[in-house]
Ligand binder design. Structure first.
Ligand code: CA
Length: 479
């Protein structure tokens, strides 16, 4: 009975926190004027990396000494989540700090460069929008995937600089970038073959894609070392297609599975890039004043790219842990004790909320952030747990998940499952029957959360045919 009471109290607290927006809490502790040291922020997002494919999560066959530096310098989140199990919606959640279903981004967008509604709605504010008025320079390097229409271009979403591509993925070798522009695209996957964009200009990049993105990151850090910056370094590696250079492949003579070998090489290229970024911070003497976060946008699609989610069940696309629990680490010397392991649920939404508190950004009620500032929990000032509940929805499949401190609810049209996730991280033992009260509480909380969500505002990858029927000029009639 006591447990039941605690869970009901949890729901009441959750509802209370939803009614009084988190932004009001921010107001009490900070304002724009009180931003003292204007720290720099770097988010390094990788694509489709498995939970167990970094050294700090126990990877054995792919050394990641540089990504591990972030963990050693700061904190490993063993229960770090993203807001969706595929790329687009997860990125929309990360960059707005809000559950993406609040604004109808419940699908993976199609490549539709002429469609202003295919991407992050203009009603939403990005992290770059938030820090711009207080003097930050923001750059996104790599994969955007939040809209290919001109109005949705990163430079119209708060960013000052962009180097990369607008589509949901890209090929890695410059000789395969045979399309000058998206106007030459005639299919969804042609977006993988365009030349890269430097702001609005197509460029003749010569380097292997991952190396090029790392180079641009170092260049930006060096140029902006003396003024506050936000760098969103969104590697598309190790997302398919599996393509790596000999330089990286040669590092893995002992991996015999060709898929895993190329995947390992791609991860190794990212790791080199992370090392270059961290070195650039050191050389500019700004390590202490820079928050660096590393995470993947969703779990590994193991069959597809040779990734490894370890003990976790499922992978990309699933709401089992393999789809949404990701490699996640953060460093900020002086703010986060080195060598910390944090073993409570956190989510990508917390990144914006942490940054907001640091710079005194107060979200409006319409843009209330869903995350929390993690620093007090990491610094030992707050011994509580950041989230009573986290939630997920896959609108088209009508699948849901919820995470409480100890339990995980997995819900589809056909079945409900409950796992004591703290002791059963592999989600093997459905304990729903023996824990009806907990199940009811979590389901109720999930449905109350869903009441706040919107239906998707655009058709997604899964509705490509339907979209083309409705939009026969998707690939024609370019000016
Ligand atoms: Ca992804």
């Amino acid at each position: 009975m006591k447990k039941n009471f605690i869970y009901h109290m949890g729901i009441i607290l959750l509802l209370a926190s939803c009614l009084s927006s988190p932004s009001q809490d921010h107001k009490a502790t900070a304002s724009v004027d009180s931003a003292i040291d204007s720290p720099n922020f770097i988010i390094i997002l990788v694509d489709d990396m498995g939970y167990s494919d970094v050294g700090f999560n126990g990877c054995k066959d792919i050394p990641t000494p540089n990504i591990d530096r972030i963990a050693k310098n700061g904190v490993v989140f063993t229960e770090g989540y993203v807001t969706y199990a595929v790329c687009g919606p997860s990125r929309a959640g990360l960059i707005t700090g809000r559950y993406q279903d609040r604004f109808g981004f419940g699908r993976n967008p199609l490549l539709a460069p002429k469609d202003a509604s295919m991407g992050l709605p203009l009603s939403e504010k990005t992290i770059a929008d938030a820090v711009k008025p207080i003097g930050y320079t923001s750059k996104i390097i790599g994969k955007w995937h939040l809209g290919a229409h001109e109005s949705l271009h990163p430079l119209n979403r708060g960013f000052d600089e962009f180097y990369g591509f607008l589509s949901g993925g890209h090929r890695y070798f410059p000789e395969e970038w045979t399309l000058h522009d998206l106007s030459e695209a005639r299919s969804q996957w042609d977006g993988y073959r365009t030349k890269l964009l430097d702001n609005y200009t197509r460029v003749d990049e010569k380097e292997y894609l991952t190396d090029a993105l790392s180079r641009e990151a170092v260049d930006f850090i060096e140029r902006k070392a003396n003024t506050p910056f936000f760098l969103y370094l969104a590697y598309n590696a190790p997302h398919a297609p599996l393509q790596a250079t000999e330089t990286y492949l040669e590092r893995f003579p002992n991996i015999t599975n060709p898929k895993r070998k190329t995947y390992a090489a791609m991860v190794s290229a990212v790791d080199d890039g992370v090392g270059r970024v961290l070195d650039a911070l050191e050389q500019s003497n700004i390590t202490e004043n820079t928050m660096v976060v590393f995470l993947s946008d969703n779990g590994g699609p193991e069959q597809n790219n040779g990734s490894d989610n370890g003990i976790l069940r499922g992978g990309k696309g699933d709401y089992y842990e393999g789809g949404i629990r990701v490699p996640f680490a953060m460093q900020w010397p002086g703010k986060i004790p080195a060598g910390t392991t944090f073993e409570h649920p956190v989510i990508s939404l917390d990144i914006f909320a942490t940054m907001a508190d640091m710079v005194g950004y107060v979200a409006s009620k319409e843009h209330a952030l869903d995350g929390v500032n993690l620093l007090p929990y990491l610094g030992g000032e707050n011994h509580g747990i950041p989230h009573e509940y986290l939630f997920w929805r896959n609108f088209d499949a009508q699948k849901f998940a919820a995470r409480s401190i100890d339990y995980k609810l997995w819900k589809s049209k056909k079945s409900n499952e409950l796992y004591h996730i703290k002791s059963d991280v592999g989600e093997q033992d459905n304990v729903l029957k023996a824990n009806q009260n907990i199940h009811e509480s979590m389901e109720k909380a999930t449905m109350e959360w869903e009441d706040q969500m919107m239906d998707p505002v655009f058709l997604g990858l899964l509705q490509g045919q339907e979209y083309d029927t409705e939009n026969p000029s998707r690939w024609v009639d370019w000016e």
